[in-house]
Design a protein around this ligand. Structure first.
Ligand code: HEC
Length: 104
């Protein structure tokens, strides 16, 4: 009887793990901070202020989110176009992160 109870427990735990695993991948929001540090910080710096190669200080930009999404998609002179490199969700996440940089 004890071993039966134990196997139910094991089953329960493994079900729990498989469920959370699925949920995570289904609802995973791209991490804007990580994406920014990986793709943008080389020129803009982690805090958005580096200005490498004429890059704009993102912490003081007055652009709307829509404009930033467009710039990130199509690039600028001196800036890589990210359409095709990042998907729509990732570009949104990165722009959300610029909003956070602005508040600092
Ligand atoms: C190769 C260097 C480089 C990389 C990488 C880069 N940028 Fe830029 N970025 C620039 C330069 C240079 C400008 C200024 C272009 C201009 O306006 O003439 C700029 C401008 C911008 C602007 C406009 C700011 C304003 O106020 O006009 C935004 C928004 C921006 N970058 C976001 C990003 C994001 C988000 C990423 C990463 C996904 C990124 N950039 C990656 C070089 C870069």
């Amino acid at each position: 009887m004890v071993s039966l109870k134990y196997s139910f427990l094991v089953l329960g735990i493994s079900l729990l793990f498989s469920c959370t695993g699925e949920n995570e991948s289904a609802s995973a929001t791209p991490n804007g901070k990580l994406l920014f540090e990986k793709n943008c910080a080389i020129c803009h710096g982690k805090d958005g202020k580096l200005g490498q190669g004429g890059a704009k200080d993102l912490s003081i930009t007055s652009l709307s989110k829509d404009d930033m999404v467009r710039i990130v998609e199509y690039g600028k002179p001196g800036m890589t176009p990210f359409k095709g490199l990042l998907n729509d969700g990732e570009i949104q996440a990165v722009v959300e992160y610029i909003e956070e940089l602005k508040e600092k």
